[in-house]
Design a protein around this ligand. Structure first.
Ligand SMILES: [Zn+2]
Length: 69
């Protein structure tokens, strides 16, 4: 996956595998850290997983947005 900030290449630093795979990535270009979720596409709980990831990253996400303004 490419970096959401600069579209650079990213590396997986840590992953937690289960019925949902969480990957903690770091951008090799700008150092931006973010988390991704891999889940079964037609799973009814998909929106819950996405929400959890968003909530977990919300603090950083919001502060990054404020910085850009
Ligand atoms: Zn980047």
């Amino acid at each position: 996956m490419i970096c959401p900030k600069c579209a650079g290449k990213t590396a997986v630093k840590c992953k937690i595998n289960g019925t949902v795979n969480n990957r903690y990535r770091t951008c090799l270009e700008c150092g931006h850290k973010f988390q991704t979720v891999e889940a079964i596409q037609f799973d009814n709980y998909w929106s819950e997983y996405a929400k959890e990831t968003y909530e977990a990253n919300k603090k950083e996400f919001v502060s990054e947005q404020k910085k850009e303004r």
